[in-house]
Write a protein that binds this ligand. Structure first.
Ligand code: WT7
Length: 635
């Protein structure tokens, strides 16, 4: 039996049982046999979900880049590590071998050191999907700096909030970025954001679009000339297994974004092990995940997981619709992609197009199709399975979160029989539980409840940067002794899980996790707005779209509503980014509130979804009459 590469269903059950009965032996063996450590651990696991405190491989020492790069040099030095497919199909793709990757990571690591970056320092990375982005993550890891990648679609305000939250002293960015037919002035966004970030001493700028930029004397430096002078070897910093590797922000239902902290050893083992099995990666396969590295999917399954396995991982700079809707399939054919991992929102958008976009390309290289980010609906599942997979490539619907670091509930392709819309079975080592509202665990099958995890896994986030209390409150307080995911799920008659969606005020729009509070805070900054409430409603392509209920101040009453709508979306774009724009904005004179002043979002959700039949119990409302008023002018 191989613990590392599961190939049969009986093997899955056997390995799963071992991972639950003897988790320390199990993870200890995986870690020892498949990863490279400078020093072995004293203790595989110590944990307490009440404090909460979780430590994996305590006492061990390693550098994750030695695992992702150096150890492959002997056998895979000339193998392609990274394929870069540019936005413009006329521009040549780049193939970067493991040896070249090693040299480039070391050069950037040396530049960072020259700029005064030391172990434990935070480095902000705000880059488009170009090779320098992957290289930047790895260069930070090489010297023990903690990277904080901010998705390059975020606004200057979102950027500065995140930079300040973790006191980044250096930012890596580019002059601009390409997205389809658009070119975006990233450096200008950084300049604006940095006006509020006194702690940033240095900005390194990659040249991508050759657009004119302002370079601030003493702070801003072009990266290429520094790289040209840098030595191509850099001794890796030896890290403790529990040293932070990166911070990645995710939005919560309240307050400012949460900087989830992932540590080195456990994260490496978990992303490496899940990658191998969930994608059944074998040597010489070409693997492509379409996510942006600005999200956890990109961290774990474009960079760390694939490279830890010596895989060839493709990164794509552009969008699925440029130059036309055949682009994804053209790339699959061109690079003979074997494993393809994308989001339901992309699948739905592509399924709407003429079928010839997919059919004119040779997709026969595909072996495994992945889905992540939100529940995949039945129609999209079948289109993906039939049109793209020709019914021979299993769909792996992978449920997980920024906080979990890696995939948690998923089929293993060719091992677990798939079922449309079901994420199916827990991955090895994962012990899910469904709880009712009172916190009672629902045993047996055919039950529905809140999805919790009972036992630690190596890839889990260890804290929220600078706010351990909030980490405890958010994940370990609702159901003491368990990690609470914030999702609802059901377990069917054979024990398969289906994720039913968020049970809190987080809305997943096009696979992006958006908290309602930060959007409402942004809207409320508009001088004409008194109060607002955001809810999600079903959308064909995005899964959910945002619906805003807005109360105007007296001063705003006479304003043209269409102009106000534009201004509100403009403010949201400035504070968060275009992904958080509202599809519908309804102006109203009041919001349904309970006696304690809490907005009853359940009612607003029903109105936004045009599900007006039964509003449920409104007796606890302070102003029940407002419900009909809002219903009557619903959009
Ligand atoms: C939330 C986490 C980690 C992947 C990218 C999103 C939803 C994620 C699925 C799935 C149903 C899913 C959940 C989860 N989600 N994957 N396969 N089926 N829902 O990471 O931004 O941290 O969002 O995405 O609601 O809690 P994230």
């Amino acid at each position: 039996m191989s613990n590392y590469h599961i190939k049969h269903l009986e093997e899955y059950y056997q390995v799963y049982r071992k991972s639950v009965r003897e988790p320390e032996n199990f993870w200890g063996e995986v870690a020892e046999e498949h990863f490279m450590w400078r020093k072995k651990w004293d203790n595989v696991l110590s944990w307490d979900f009440n404090t909460p405190e979780v430590k994996w491989f305590q006492g061990a020492q390693l550098n994750i880049t030695e695992n992702c790069i150096d150890r492959h040099l002997l056998t895979r030095g000339d193998k392609t590590a990274l394929i870069f497919e540019p936005n413009n199909p006329e521009e040549a793709a780049q193939h970067i071998t493991y040896r070249q990757l090693h040299a480039r990571v070391c050069q950037l690591a040396n530049v960072l050191k020259d700029q005064g970056v030391k172990k434990g320092d935070r480095v902000c990375i705000y880059l488009p999907m170009i090779p320098e982005l992957s290289i930047a993550l790895l260069a930070c890891a090489r010297i023990g700096a903690i990277h904080s990648v901010i998705f390059a679609g975020f606004s200057s305000t979102a950027l500065s909030t995140r930079i300040n939250d973790s006191d980044c002293k250096l930012v890596i960015t580019s002059d601009g970025s390409y997205r389809g037919s658009k070119s975006i002035d990233l450096k200008a966004i950084v300049d604006e954001g940095l006006e509020d970030c006194p702690g940033v001493e240095t900005v390194l700028v990659v040249k991508r679009t050759n657009t004119a930029v302002t370079m601030k004397e003493g702070r801003d430096k072009w990266l290429q000339p520094l790289l040209d002078k840098a030595y191509q070897d850099c001794v890796p910093e030896i890290m403790d297994a529990e040293d932070p590797l990166f911070i990645l922000y995710t939005s919560g239902s309240t307050g400012k974004p949460k900087g989830m902290v992932h540590t080195t050893g456990g994260y490496m083992v978990y992303t490496g092990y899940t990658f191998k099995n969930v994608f059944q990666y074998t040597e010489n396969d070409v693997y492509w995940c379409t996510a942006d590295i600005g999200w956890i999917t990109g961290h774990s399954y474009i960079v760390y997981g694939p490279l830890a396995n010596g895989a060839t991982t493709l990164m794509f700079e552009g969008v699925p619709s440029y130059p036309d809707y055949s682009r994804f399939w053209e790339i699959v054919e061109k690079h003979k992609v074997n494993q393809f991992y994308t989001a339901p929102t992309a699948i739905r958008a592509l399924a709407k197009q003429n079928i010839s976009f997919a059919e004119k390309h040779d997709l026969s290289s595909l072996k495994v199709l992945g889905s992540v980010g939100e529940p995949i609906n039945e129609e999209a599942w079948h289109w993906y399975n039939d049109v793209i997979g020709k019914k021979k490539s299993p769909i792996v619907d992978t449920w997980w979160q920024t906080e979990t670091g890696g995939i948690m509930i998923t089929p293993i392709p060719f091992v677990t029989p798939t079922k449309p819309t079901y994420a199916t079975l827990p991955f090895v080592g994962i012990q899910p539980a469904l709880l009712d509202e009172k916190g009672v665990e629902l045993k047996g099958n055919q039950v529905e409840g809140r999805l919790c995890i009972k036992f630690p896994w190596p890839g889990m986030a260890r804290t929220i940067w600078g706010n351990h209390e909030r980490y405890k409150d958010t994940y370990f307080s609702a159901f003491p002794g368990m990690y609470f995911s914030g999702d609802g799920a059901l377990r069917d008659e054979v024990g398969y899980y289906r994720i039913t969606g968020r049970v809190d005020d987080v809305i997943i729009v096009s696979g992006h996790n958006l908290g309602t509070a930060p959007i409402e805070d942004a809207i409320n900054e508009h001088p004409a707005v008194a109060e607002s409430a955001i809810v999600g409603f079903p959308h064909d392509i995005k899964g959910n779209a945002l619906y805003g209920f807005v109360i105007l101040k007296e001063s705003g009453e006479s304003r043209m509503h269409d102009n106000l709508r534009k201004e509100i979306n403009q403010i949201i774009t400035e504070h968060i980014g275009p992904i958080a724009k509202l599809d519908k904005i309804q102006f109203t004179s009041g919001l349904p509130k309970t006696r304690s002043g809490k907005i009853m979002r359940r009612i607003l959700r029903k109105i936004a979804s045009k599900d007006m039949s039964n509003m449920g119990d409104t007796s606890t409302l302070l102003n029940p009459e407002i419900v009909d008023v809002i219903k009557d002018s619903a959009l």
